[in-house]
Design a protein around this ligand. Sequence first.
Ligand code: FES
Length: 103
Amino acid sequence: MGQRIAVGKLADIPVGGNIVVTIGKKDVAVFNVKGELFAVDDLCPHMGASLSGGHVDDGCITCPWHYWRFRLSDGAWADSPRVKTGWYPVHVVGDDVQLEMPE
Ligand code: FES
């Protein structure tokens, strides 16, 4: 189990929207998909686009530059799941949104 870090309030992330939070040197995008929250690295591992500017559909975030699709359930590249981007469990405690980050 990793370290939990509070990143905002549930109301800060509207359904269908996202926020980007900086944790250490890492930007993490937190998506609200129909009331369920998912967190992945904002930096696309292909060429560095911001995944928060992408399109969410069918359980994936599609990068806005070259349309690689990453599963929100585990950060895997949908076309080749051995390739993964950073993915983090999200916990909602009361109104607080917490990310579980590796130690
Ligand atoms: S930068 Fe994301 S697919 Fe190319």
